[in-house]
Design a binder for this molecule. Structure first.
Ligand SMILES: Nc1ncnc2c1ncn2[C@@H]1O[C@H](COP(=O)(O)OP(=O)(O)O)[C@@H](O)[C@H]1O
Ligand SMILES: [Mg+2]
Length: 550
C-alpha cells in the first residue's frame, strides 16, 4: 500500500543512519582545521560576493548555508554553544562529529543505536562530574586569571598582536557592566574603526553616539555635563484637528509665528531650568529650538536611536523621559565630558568619563574591514568567557588537558558500567581524544606522539597537562595561563552528546519533496551542503584555506 505522496522520499534503516552520520561528520570535518591557536582561517564568499575571513566555528557554519537536516542538527550545537557560553563552538562541533564516527563502528558491530545512546548519556554525565570535581575556583578579584581567560578565547583569531591589551579591556568592560541583575554583555557596545592598528583599541567608559551635534553654533564639547535624555521632539506639534488659520492681516500672521516661537523658547527654557548642558532627543529639533539651544551653550543631538537613549541612560545614571513637560533635574544623567570627536574620519558624539558607567564602549581598530570584523568576533568570544567565568566562578586548563583526563577516567568508568553500554562509554572516551589530536595536527605535530605524552602525564596525576601548540611540549596549562571557563567544556559535551544521540536514534527519514540537494552532494546550488552518502563536503565552491593568524 502506498501512503506517501508522489514526491516524497523515504530512506530507512541502516541507509538512513549512515546517511545522517555522514552528513553530521562532514560538518565537523569542515571546521576541524580551524581549532586551536594554530588553526587556519576560512574564507567564505556568499552568492553576492561578500567575503568573510574567519576562524570562528559558529560563523563558518552559519555562513556555509547548510541544508541537510542532520547536518543542521550539528550546526545547532555550535549555535547553542554560542548562546550559552560564547566560545567553544568549534570544539562542540568536532566532538559531536567524532561521537558519530565512533558510533558508526559500534552500529556496524551490531550494537543497537539505543544502547549507544544510553552509553553516551552515561558517559556525558560522568564527564561533567569529573570536570566539576577538577575545576579551579576563580573570584572576581582575581583579575590576572580573568585576563588569561579573556586572552585564551582570543587565541588564533587575529588578535595576537595586542592580546594583553585587549584582554585587559575586555575584563574592564565586563566588570563595568556587571550589576545586581547579573552581566549582560550587550551593554558593552563595540565600535569598529578601520584605520590605525589593533593596539590603538580602547575602552570608553560611556557611550558613543553615531551622530553629530545638530547645529554648528553649539559647543564642540561640554565638560561635567548634565545630560537630558528625551524620547520626544523639540518641535511644536501640529494640531490634531486640521485647523485652518484664517489670516486677515500681516499682524495676525506675525502673532501666530511669535506664538510658535514662544513655545519653542519655553521648551529650551525648561531644559535650562533643569540644568541640562547636553540633550539627546529621539525625534526632531525645530530650527528655532536649535537656535535657542545654541545660544544657551547646550550641545544637542536629534534623532538618536532609542537603543542609544537607553544606553545613555544606563551609562550616565539618567532616565529616558518621554515627554519634555515631565522632565525634572534628577532625570538627568552625568558625564565628565560630552563632545564631538573624529574617529576614523567620522564625527561622533562621545559621552565619556563617567564614573561607574554601566554601559561602556569598546573601540576596536584594525587596518582593514576584514581585520576589524574578525577582531570583533574574537572580542565577542572573549566577553562571553569572562561573563561565564564571573557567573560560575569555575575554570579549567585548556590545550586538550580536560579531554585527555576525561578520556582516561571514562575508560576506567566503562568497566563499572558493564553490558554493551560499556562499549559505548569506551567509544565516548575515544571520541574525546579528537580534541588534543586535532590541536596537535593543526600545530603540525605528530598526533600519536602528542597523545602518548599527554596520557602518560595525566596517568601521573597531572590534570592540567596540556599541549603547547607553539612548542609541541606537554606543559602545565594552568601555569601557562591557558584557561577556559568550566562551562565551555560542560556545555560542549552536553550539546554534542544530545545532537549525536538524536541523530543516531533516527532510522527512518521521510522527506516531502526532493532531498537530493543534501543527500547526493556535489550537485546542489550554492555549494556548501554536506554531501550525504558520498561523504565529504559537496562542492564547496567558495571555501579555501587562508594563511593562519593574521
Ligand atoms: N596557547 C594555547 N595552547 C594550546 N591550546 C590552546 C591555547 N590557546 C587555546 N587553546 C585551545 O584551543 C582550543 C580552542 O580553539 P578555538 O579555535 O578557539 O575553538 P573553539 O571555537 O572551540 O573555541 C581549546 O581547546 C583551547 O584550550
Ligand atoms: Mg575559542
Amino acid at each position: 500500500m502506498i501512503i506517501l505522496g508522489e514526491d516524497s522520499q523515504r530512506t530507512s534503516g541502516q541507509d538512513a543512519q549512515s546517511m545522517n552520520i555522514t552528513a553530521g561528520k562532514a560538518v565537523a570535518e569542515a571546521v576541524r582545521t580551524t581549532l586551536g591557536p594554530k588553526g587556519m582561517d576560512k574564507m567564505l564568499v556568499d552568492s553576492g560576493g561578500q567575503v568573510v575571513v574567519t576562524n570562528d566555528g559558529v560563523t563558518i557554519l552559519k555562513e556555509m548555508d547548510i541544508d541537510h537536516p542532520a547536518a543542521n542538527m550539528i550546526v545547532e550545537v555550535s549555535e547553542t554553544q554560542e548562546d550559552e557560553v560564547g566560545d567553544g563552538t568549534t570544539t562542540a562541533v568536532i566532538i559531536a562529529g567524532e561521537l558519530l564516527d565512533q558510533a558508526e563502528d559500534l552500529l556496524e558491530s551490531d550494537v543497537h543505536a539505543t544502547t549507544v545512546a544510553q552509553g553516551y548519556r552515561q558517559a556525558a554525565e560522568k564527564a561533567k562530574e569529573v570536570l566539576e570535581d577538577n575545576a579551579i575556583e576563580v573570584t572576581e578579584d582575581d583579575r590576572e586569571t580573568l585576563q588569561k581567560i579573556a586572552a585564551t578565547a582570543m587565541t588564533g583569531k587575529g588578535a595576537e598582536s595586542a592580546k594583553d591589551l585587549l584582554a585587559e579591556l575586555v575584563v574592564n568592560a565586563v566588570l563595568a557592566v556587571k550589576d545586581e541583575g547579573g552581566i549582560d554583555t550587550d551593554n558593552v557596545s563595540i565600535e569598529k574603526v578601520v584605520g590605525g592598528t589593533i593596539d590603538n583599541s580602547e575602552l570608553v567608559e560611556g557611550v558613543i553616539v553615531d551622530k553629530e551635534r545638530v547645529d554648528e553654533n553649539m559647543p564642540y564639547a561640554v565638560e561635567d555635563a548634565n545630560i537630558a535624555i528625551l524620547d520626544d521632539a523639540l518641535e511644536v506639534r501640529e494640531t490634531e484637528i486640521d485647523a485652518e488659520v484664517n489670516v486677515t492681516d500681516p499682524d495676525q500672521l506675525q502673532q501666530f509665528l511669535d506664538q510658535e516661537e514662544k513655545q519653542l523658547k519655553e521648551m529650551v527654557d525648561k531644559l535650562v531650568e533643569v540644568g541640562a548642558d547636553a540633550v539627546f532627543v529621539g525625534d526632531g529639533i525645530d530650527d528655532m529650538a536649535q537656535h535657542y539651544l545654541a545660544k544657551e551653550g547646550i550641545l544637542a543631538v536629534r534623532r538618536a536611536k532609542s537603543s542609544d537613549l537607553k544606553r545613555l541612560a544606563r551609562a550616565t545614571g539618567g532616565r529616558v523621559v518621554s515627554s519634555l513637560d515631565d522632565i525634572e533635574a534628577d532625570d538627568l544623567g552625568f558625564a565628565g565630558s560630552v563632545g564631538q570627536k573624529d574617529v576614523g574620519g567620522d564625527e561622533r558624539i562621545f559621552v565619556e568619563d563617567v564614573e561607574d558607567a554601566k554601559s561602556v564602549t569598546l573601540i576596536l581598530r584594525g587596518g582593514t574591514e576584514h581585520v576589524v570584523d574578525e577582531l570583533e568576533r574574537a572580542i565577542e568570544d572573549s566577553l562571553g568567557v569572562v561573563r561565564t567565568t564571573l557567573e560560575d566562578g569555575k575554570v579549567l586548563p585548556g590545550g586538550g588537558a580536560p579531554e585527555t583526563e576525561l578520556s582516561l577516567q571514562l575508560r576506567e568508568f566503562a568497566d563499572s558500567v558493564g553490558g554493551r553500554e560499556q562499549l559505548a562509554v569506551e567509544a565516548f572516551a575515544e571520541a574525546l581524544d579528537i580534541i588534543p589530536r586535532t590541536l596537535a595536527e593543526n600545530a603540525g605535530l605528530d598526533p600519536i606522539d602528542s597523545l602518548v605524552d599527554l596520557r602518560s602525564r595525566h596517568d601521573g596525576g597531572e590534570f592540567a597537562a596540556g599541549l603547547d601548540a607553539y612548542t609541541g611540549e606537554v606543559i602545565d596549562m594552568e601555569q601557562e595561563g591557558v584557561v577556559e571557563p568550566l562551562r565551555v567544556k560542560t556545555q560542549a559535551i552536553e550539546s554534542a552528546t544530545e545532537a549525536a544521540v538524536m541523530i543516531l536514534r533516527i532510522d527512518d527519514v521521510i522527506a516531502a519533496g526532493d532531498l537530493s540537494g543534501g543527500q547526493t552532494g556535489g550537485d546542489d546550488d550554492e555549494g556548501g551542503a554536506p554531501g550525504g552518502m558520498g561523504g565529504g563536503m559537496g562542492g564547496m565552491g567558495g571555501m579555501g584555506g587562508m594563511g593562519g593568524a593574521m
